[in-house]
Ligand binder design. Structure first.
Ligand code: BG6
Length: 463
């Protein structure tokens, strides 16, 4: 028999995108690493599609907010592009056109009664800062980020209630410096990746420091991709591998964000291996004193790990301490090739509740990417994405169980409101509640959009 899965009062029902993935290349702005990558290596991008038009949010934000409202969303996340807001990257001087654009976006969200979560960095480092200083490897760039943050708070501080500093900061070292799937596409740069982890934590804390200095009314947090690391077995070797993967990929950002300190076990290993980041007392103080008010958690798939297999690395790599484990029989998303494991949402919630002071948090991304979704379009034009509805209902049921058990979760954001540009995967994997036809930018609500409206209206669903 079905039962009602009921969520707490004022629960957030929404979805997330980001500036670089939705706005398109309009107005005056600097080039970011993704724009540059597309300019120099176009065939790295699915179907050769780049960020020039993206989802044309720059022109269509009014229609988009109206449609988001129509499908029941009470909240929405995007990001301010560093490359759009800032005219002078060294001084942090704003570009009036950029300021005006985000002011208009903020006003429009308000008009539609939509709570806006505004993020500051979603993989979009200005290319000049990478080429000139080494991007996140550089402490000078950390300072420039803090200036950008300060400019953003000065311009919109009182209009935004919920700020976040970074989206999935771990992806920057992981994808750009360890495994080479995002620009600068480096592989095996463990030491650099470790320094970047520190520098981004410092950048986030410095942004929070700027925010606190202004005594604004809202709250500030960070969005982390917390990926539970499940061991292959209960053997000591597999358990150690899982503990390391958790320290490195999750806790290296979660602990400083919430407690202002890094996991001791991680520091010991990095010290022993002679790859610990360079830091000074002042920087550690800033991290210690500028923790978050809330966290956002992006969850797509778990990590399965086993004791390390390889024993030789040219440079230091986290893979010295774990290997990925391809678990037989795991349930897969046939389109995106990611494992589907809804219970991980419950495990994340319990971890936050039990080990992180039950800090308030929300699911800031969760979603099912589908390639070739057009084949599910019906005659009336609607995409019948039952697979996505099923995916959400399963994940939400586990989230609800955790909330019933006391987890301090205040919302659920899917990835994404409308299909958007996903870096080198471009529009390969569609995630939206609203489909976008890339030929004419026409929007159509998918079946999951109407489902969301129902869930939001009832603050729950029958399951
Ligand atoms: C998330 C990122 O991890 O994954 C997004 O925050 C990204 O920026 C999303 O678009 C989906 O990725 P993909 O590769 O499946 O399109």
């Amino acid at each position: 028999m079905k039962e009602k899965i009921q969520f707490p009062k004022d629960f957030w029902w929404g979805a997330a995108t980001s500036g670089p993935q939705s706005e398109g290349w309009y107005g005056k702005r600097h080039e970011n690493v993704m724009d540059y990558w597309y300019r120099v290596q176009r065939n790295d991008f699915f179907n050769g599609v780049g960020p020039d038009v993206a989802s044309d949010f720059y022109h269509k934000y009014k229609d988009d907010f109206a449609m988001c409202r129509q499908i029941g969303m009470n909240s929405f996340r995007t990001s301010i592009q560093w490359t759009r807001l800032i005219k002078d990257l060294e001084t942090g001087e704003p570009d009036p056109e950029g300021v005006q654009f985000y002011k208009d976006v903020i006003a429009e969200a308000k008009k539609n009664g939509i709570i806006l979560v505004m993020n500051l960095h979603h993989f979009d480092m200005p290319i000049e800062l990478l080429q000139k200083y080494g991007g996140w490897e550089s402490k000078h760039v950390v300072e420039l980020f803090a200036k950008f943050a300060k400019t953003a708070f000065e311009a919109f501080g009182n209009d935004i209630e919920y700020w976040t500093t970074f989206n999935e900061p771990m992806v920057i070292p992981e994808a750009g410096y360890l495994y080479g799937f995002h620009y600068p596409k480096l592989v095996g740069k463990g030491k650099e990746a470790v320094q970047i982890i520190f520098n981004i934590n410092l950048a986030s804390a410095m942004a929070i420091q700027e925010y606190r200095k202004m005594h604004l009314n809202g709250e500030i947090g960070i969005i982390l991709n917390l990926t539970p690391a499940y061991p292959r077995s209960d053997s000591k070797e597999d358990l150690d591998a899982a503990a390391f993967a958790d320290d490195f990929f999750n806790r290296s950002f979660l602990d400083p964000a919430v407690f202002g300190t890094f996991p001791k076990t991680l520091i010991e290993i990095l010290k022993k291996d002679n790859v610990l980041w360079e830091s000074d007392e002042k920087e550690l103080e800033i991290i210690k004193n500028n923790t978050v008010d809330f966290i956002g958690v992006n969850y797509y798939h778990p990590k399965r790990v086993k004791a390390p297999e390889a024993d030789h690395f040219e440079n230091w790599m986290p893979d010295r301490y774990f290997s990925d484990y391809d678990m037989p029989g795991k349930r897969m998303n046939p389109y995106r090739g990611w494992e589907i494991f809804p219970k991980a949402i419950y495990d994340i919630a319990k971890n936050v509740q039990d080990n992180y002071g039950n800090i308030k948090w929300f699911i800031s991304e969760n979603g099912m990417g589908v390639e070739g979704e057009e084949k599910y379009r019906k005659e009336n034009g609607e995409i019948e994405d039952d697979y996505r509805i099923e995916f959400y209902e399963e994940h939400l049921a586990w989230l609800n169980k955790a909330i019933q058990e006391g987890s301090n979760c205040f919302g659920y954001h899917a990835w994404t409101p409308f299909d958007c540009w996903s870096w080198n995967n471009a529009y390969k994997n569609r995630y939206g509640f609203i489909a976008i036809d890339l030929n004419d930018q026409k929007r159509t609500i998918k079946k999951s959009g109407y489902w969301l409206k129902d869930v939001a209206d009832n603050n729950g669903y029958e399951y």
